[in-house]
Design a protein around this ligand. Structure first.
Ligand code: GLA
Length: 390
């Protein structure tokens, strides 16, 4: 986000709160969306992932109340949703407010009994929803940061990530892993975050994109994805079945040397799901090693291989995502892959900065030729994680 648009988002956030609730907020907090550079569906398999926080954020303006009422408004949706902390039931939350209220429910579990006060919350966001850029994690993490401060809970960022994940799993009903919230909370400008989802050890790794005159383009196919639907959960189940049949607690315990035995033990489809996870974990580590030793030009091949693995082995790509990737590659991108949970959403392409416009135009032309809807293509840069703004 440029300084200017960040300033605008903060100003609008404050004005929005004041207009809706008639008083000034106590403070403003923000959290970014994320793009996963590599390491897909590995998080819930205790594996490795390498996301960045992006320069698109959700801002939450918030004010503590004297009672137990929660009120929330969002610039993307009409109306005020109002409830009481005493009535928060994870099973009865629905719609857009399930994200912020789900976090309030999960945070209230972590708060001393009876202590938390009600809060008014006003959400504004420039993270495009439904694009696979974790607009939901941005909301969860911004609200978690705000409540952590307003309720003086002093929880660390890894705990806040777990709380966001719990809200998503329990309240929204999407059986997702820890990657999105970790990226949103732990991101740093110009760095990727290497997540070890088993030990929960994290490490910031310099990307070196600017020095190499390169950047990431997001190609949002504008085809929808929802992880509360069947595809994501069924992939997760296949991974669990595969781990069980191989006699391990999670697929993280397996490496490339286990593939021949996996081919013997597993049915063809489960084997391909397992092969994706095993090879994807290796590709994450190879990508980070290549960044450290050779710089970003050396990671393109891993991105391309990751896409093939998701297309052929994990089978979570779509014709639109495949076209975005193949067109980017043909137009000279150094590497490209679909990003996020799949079944729609966005792809990323690593491009030389001087090529970005040409590649973007070319992809849009290929989409038109194929009769697909117009994609939304824009550059993203690695940005700071969640923070208090004011
Ligand atoms: C979604 C989930 C994440 C992760 C990715 C796939 O974004 O929220 O936890 O599983 O899909 O890598």
């Amino acid at each position: 986000m440029t300084g200017h648009s960040r300033h605008d988002l903060l100003r609008q956030g404050t004005e929005y709160f004041t207009r809706e609730f008639g008083v000034e907020p106590d403070g403003l907090w923000s959290a970014p969306g994320r793009v996963n550079v590599i390491g897909e569906h590995t998080d819930y398999n205790d594996g490795f992932a390498f996301p960045i926080a992006i320069d698109k954020r959700t801002v939450v303006a918030a004010r503590a109340r004297g009672d137990r009422i929660l009120r929330v408004v969002s610039n993307g949706f009409p109306g005020v949703v109002e409830t009481s902390l005493d009535d928060l039931n994870p099973d009865s939350l629905a719609g857009w407010s399930a994200y912020p209220l789900g976090v309030a429910w999960a945070m209230a579990q972590a708060a001393p009994a009876g202590d938390p006060t009600g809060v008014d919350l006003a959400l504004s966001s420039d993270v495009p929803p439904g694009a696979g850029l974790s607009s939901s994690a941005a909301v969860e993490c911004a609200v978690a940061m705000a409540l952590n401060d307003l309720w003086k809970l002093g929880l660390g960022r890894q705990t806040l990530a777990r709380i966001g994940q719990l809200a998503e799993n329990r309240v929204v009903g999407a059986p997702t892993g820890i990657m999105d919230q970790s990226a949103s909370l732990l991101g740093e400008p110009d760095h990727g975050i290497l997540l070890d989802c088993q030990s929960l050890h994290t490490e910031s790794v310099p990307l070196g994109f600017a020095a190499a005159d390169m950047g990431l383009l997001v190609i949002d196919t504008r085809t929808s994805h929802s992880h509360a639907d069947g595809g994501y959960a069924s992939r997760r189940r296949s991974c669990e079945d595969g781990a069980q049949a191989m006699g391990v607690g999670s697929l993280r315990a397996l490496g490339p040397g286990d593939l021949p035995r996996a081919a013997d033990v597993l049915d063809g489809q489960t084997f391909r799901r397992v092969r994706h996870i095993i090879t994807e974990n290796s590709r994450v580590l190879d990508t980070v090693a290549a960044l450290r030793t050779a710089g970003p030009a050396a990671i393109g091949a891993f991105l391309n291989e990751s896409h093939m693995s998701m297309r052929d082995d994990f089978e979570i790509s779509t014709p639109e995502l495949d076209l975005a990737v193949s067109a980017a590659q043909a137009l000279g991108a150094l590497g490209a892959r679909m990003t996020g949970g799949g079944f729609g959403g966005a792809a990323i392409a690593l491009v030389r900065s001087s090529d970005a416009d040409r590649v973007a135009d070319g992809i849009a032309r290929e989409f038109a030729r194929a009769g697909f809807s117009v994609p939304h293509i824009f550059p993203v840069s690695a940005s700071a994680g969640a923070r208090r703004e004011l």
